[in-house]
Design a protein around this ligand. Sequence first.
Ligand SMILES: [Zn+2]
Length: 361
Amino acid sequence: MTKATKMSWPAGVLGALLSLALLGGCALGHSQAPTDEASQKAATTPEAQSDIDFMVLVNKTHPLPAGWEDAVNLAHFTNSEGWDVDVEQTAYNAYLELKEDLEAEGVYVDLDSAFRSTQEQQRIVDDFTAKYGAEYVKQYVAVPGYSEHHTGLALDLFLIIDGKGVCENEDMVTYPEVWKKIHAKLADHGFILRYLPGKKIETGASYEPWHIRYVNDVQVAHKIMDEGITLERYLGALDPAVAECVVDYGNSTVYSESDMDSALDPILAEFGGWAGCSLKSLTFAGDAVCAEELAHANSLRAEEMGEFTQAILFTSVLHSPSAELCEGTAWQPDTDYNDYKWLLARRGTDDSWQLLTWGLG
Ligand SMILES: [Zn+2]
């Protein structure tokens, strides 16, 4: 979720925008109707159909298909904050219906950001690195060319609560009940919730309640939403090595799910090279165990590294490869190993997790 297009006013609407923009930031300018839908509709150009695959998969391993930007037909509008937003035309029409449907239930949303070019994505990487640090960016911002926002089919919503825009990620996550109502309506309009909680291992992204994806098919959207599955799983595009892996985040008072999600990256990077192995589960070992492991982690570090302040231990069930791939290794072929452990540590929340040890407990 970003304000990627705030800077790029087209000359034609500049005057109209200026009065809105002068009202100030996100918290102002919602005193009448939450948005002016009529003007949004008028701002669009209902023209040619996009000649695109609405089920396209763009993620960390699947880049935007070549020629996409020539084939996609974008609608352009200005949101209630005065920011320019481009969205794929069919997705925009569906979004307006979704919005109307939600308003009937007293839920008000607006569109923050949808289509982004590769150049815009690079600018976000730079801005967010300055604002939140490289670690945050690694977790929440896609590499240019690998963002679903390049498709024009991914929409970042923001909330309007008591007439005021709530746009910042850290504020939006404090309204879980509102998001629940929004998510319940998505499929009826051909949208899915793209980044489900606890599914980073499948999508590559942590939970984002605001990021919805248009699939242009109500039935498909319902199947995905009703089953609570990721787009990757629906499309059969999961890496078989982790396709069945269940992550159990436990009940930590020290680490959030997003802390644990960022600790998954080095595990998956290491595990990616183990031919024929599959990971069946990753289970957070608990706060008490992790506190003990912190001392262990510090006993392992080199003097010049600085002291670790946080440690996470995951235990896993790991399934070994078939006989031919096990040759020359210590694995028993085709066997579940139930006590495989991964120890990670970092020096504060701005630091990257380091995978220190891994092996059978
Ligand atoms: Zn997004």
